[in-house]
Design a protein around this ligand. Sequence first.
Ligand code: HEM
Ligand code: HEM
Length: 175
Amino acid sequence: MSNHPLPVTKYSRPARWLHWSIAALLILTFALGVFLDNSSTDSLKFLLIKFHAPLGTLVGVLVLVRTYFAFKHPRPLPDPNWSALVKWASKVTHILLYVLPLALVISGIGIMALSGLSEMLITGQTQNWPALNELLPRTGHGVTSKLLLAAIVLHIAAAIYHQRIAKDNILDRMR
Ligand code: HEM
Ligand code: HEM
């Protein structure tokens, strides 16, 4: 995540495409996860996991591709008018927006493997949804999803603040 000395004013085209594709897919995967957690019938849970797990895995792959471009292409430097605290907070939030989705994919795969869900889906034995609450990766998935939600809310609030109040047009770096 090093800052490049080149004076670019925008993120590279692949970085911009990846940003908006990941944002849309991540929000969709998140919503499906909440829906899955709150659905009361086993058949609906099995249906939803068939979308939630592959979409979440796709997000993980795209985050890895994005990590490659983050190091390969120069990125715009933080605005010199920002205080050290704002620069630090923005950097930490951006790093969390890379790390937390990857942690969700790892814990998600852990849930599927330890609960027998992946085996059930492969063999078609999808009558009874297994008990997941006792599983460590399930607890980790729940906690990580809440942290990710907080990071996304903070990130979007910061984007709105920059656009509407600071009026420094930071959105143009990502458009
Ligand atoms: C970045 C990707 C992902 C996001 C944002 C995400 C988000 C969520 C959320 C918000 C929940 C509900 C958690 C709660 O309220 O406690 C959830 C549950 C779950 N997710 Fe994910 N998830 C992701 C990836 C995955 C992957 C890749 C898998 C499987 C390979 C997976 C499997 C599950 C399972 C099995 C549940 C539990 C449902 C239940 O307890 O009924 N997730 N996910
Ligand atoms: C409506 C929603 C969103 C808006 C308006 C938005 C806006 C922006 C803007 C303006 C930047 C550039 C910041 C800068 O130059 O310092 C940025 C960067 C970034 N955004 Fe978002 N964003 C949104 C959703 C998301 C979501 C859901 C994620 C979750 C992965 C995300 C992850 C990132 C990351 C990691 C960066 C740092 C640049 C990079 O490494 O690609 N954004 N966003």
